[in-house]
Design a protein around this ligand. Structure first.
Ligand SMILES: [Fe+2]
Length: 476
């Protein structure tokens, strides 16, 4: 062998060693945790409430004009829309007139009206009206009110439920009604990603933070959010601020204002309560859970979820999303381990049924987890550390809507390995579903333009990804 040949041989050996090293490093990089705590610097000021005479709370002109108009999905597949509004002085009309774009024939749906009392407050007349049997993927105009106070809005129904239907969801939690709340909503509205439906993860008005749970703050919140919630459905999750429990005021029924104001189509998923239910929309199956209702074994919520999860057909709706208020994985000091009881009850089901993402609020900050599970523990084995688990959901905390309680900045240290990214800033999320295998989640902090994604992740569908992997494995 010549010197040159030997050198070439050595060279190819070194190339081989370098190649192995690169492969090893990239493999380790893919499977090891790279948890990051953002160093973003923010002002320390508490969020200030917008005064009640702010533009955003303006009462629409005219006697008894409908206000606080908001819509949510009205059935299980998206052919129904539930329209709600309040008339302040008298019941007025319970009717919604609606028509598809480019048609002239106005159809009519009739709803119900109710009122409630809370301590020294009496609500306006709260209307709920479900429009059924709409066409998919169609723009509809609708009107509420009578006489010279008719108000007109519009919405677009989702495409028919199917596995490869792209769809874009917005995510906001813990919104409140401060200047920061307004920034969050405005930032979401102007996001070029154009969220079509809001997944709202609980804590709406924060009325209970005001003296005597001032329910007029439920009204101001309804007027504030109307500009978006009248035009796209908001999928509601109940948070602790919806409890409005005040036995000292004679108010001992949980969720009273929320339950009266925000109706949801819970019967369509055979739920017995508006606080837990499911819907299908485009290529997603969305399960809403209640952190503040009983969820132990044999409770109604437990039995419902036990029956519900096997019904999810991932060939029809590949994306399985769970919404709840209190996060199961949270490494901030605030509300630390509050979701632990629910995690112990349900995490193994989320892994078994390959939930793609669990979104929660409650913690006034942002955090995204790795795919981990912590379900191996039993009373004698001591195995209680989260481990990497590709069947597990990603847990995203997005309780950073901007309410008057301010941001949570205290974090547990060091950052646990399951926590991929955390940052205490106000913002919103966008879940952009591309097809059955890929979705893109991005988080946008209020201070930035849209070109800046403070955090983002490609989500590979848990059901279809696993199928692809096993098919590939079989081919090898
Ligand atoms: Fe909360």
């Amino acid at each position: 062998m010549s010197f040159l040949d030997g050198h070439r041989l050595m060279g190819s050996r070194w190339d081989f060693v370098v190649l192995i090293l690169v492969l090893l490093i990239s493999t380790v990089a893919e499977f090891s945790y790279g948890g990051r705590t953002s160093s973003f610097v923010r002002t320390a000021n508490l969020s200030l409430d917008m005064p009640v005479d702010s533009d955003v709370f303006r009462v629409p002109p005219g006697y008894n004009a409908p206000q606080q108009v908001h819509i949510t999905q009205g059935d299980h597949v998206g052919k129904g829309v539930l329209v709600s509004w309040v008339t302040p002085e008298e019941p007025g009309s319970n009717t919604v007139l609606y028509w598809a774009e480019n048609t002239t024939l106005k159809k009519q749906a009739d709803g119900i009206v109710l009122t409630y009392k809370y301590f020294n407050y009496t609500s306006g007349y709260i209307h709920h009206c479900t429009i059924n049997d709409l066409e998919f993927d169609t723009k509809y105009y609708y009107e509420v009110g009578i006489g010279n106070t008719i108000r007109q809005f519009w919405f677009i129904t989702p495409p028919e439920v199917g596995p490869d239907v792209p769809y874009t969801f917005g995510l906001i939690g813990d919104l409140g009604q401060t200047y920061d709340s307004n920034r969050t909503l405005t930032h979401y509205e102007l996001n070029p990603a154009k969220g079509k439906t809001m997944l709202f993860v609980g804590d709406l008005s924060y009325a209970n933070d005001y003296p005597f749970h001032d329910n007029t703050r439920w009204d101001t919140w309804g007027r504030f959010t109307e500009r978006n919630a009248a035009y796209q459905p908001w999928i509601w999750t109940a948070g602790n601020h919806e409890l409005d429990l005040a036995p000292e005021l004679g108010e001992a029924i949980p969720f009273k204002p929320y339950k009266n104001r925000y109706h949801v189509p819970y019967r369509a998923s055979y739920s017995t309560s508006p606080f837990w239910y499911s819907i299908r929309r485009a290529s997603t199956y969305i399960i809403v859970m209640s952190s503040y209702s009983a969820f132990g074994k044999y409770t109604s919520q437990y039995k419902w979820l036990e029956n519900e999860l096997p019904k999810v057909n991932r060939t029809e709706t590949p994306w399985l999303i769970v919404l709840m208020h209190s996060p199961l994985y949270n490494s901030y000091a605030n509300h630390y381990m509050e979701g632990e009881t629910m995690r112990v009850m349900y995490e193994s089901w989320f892994v078994e049924y390959k939930v793609d993402v669990v979104f929660a609020g409650h913690v006034h900050a942002y955090e995204r987890s790795e795919r981990v599970s912590n379900i191996a523990y039993n009373i004698v084995n001591g195995m209680c550390t989260p481990i990497s688990d590709q069947s597990a959901p990603v847990y995203i905390t997005i309780g950073d809507g901007g309410n008057l309680e301010g941001l949570v900045t205290d974090m547990t240290e060091p950052q646990p390995s399951y926590s991929a990214y955390r940052e205490a800033s106000f913002g919103h999320g966008i879940l952009d579903i591309k097809n059955r295998t890929h979705a893109y989640f991005s988080w946008h902090r209020n201070q930035d333009g849209y070109a800046v994604e403070a955090d983002s992740v490609w989500l590979h569908n848990r059901y279809w990804n696993t199928l692809e992997e096993s098919t590939l494995a079989a081919l090898r």
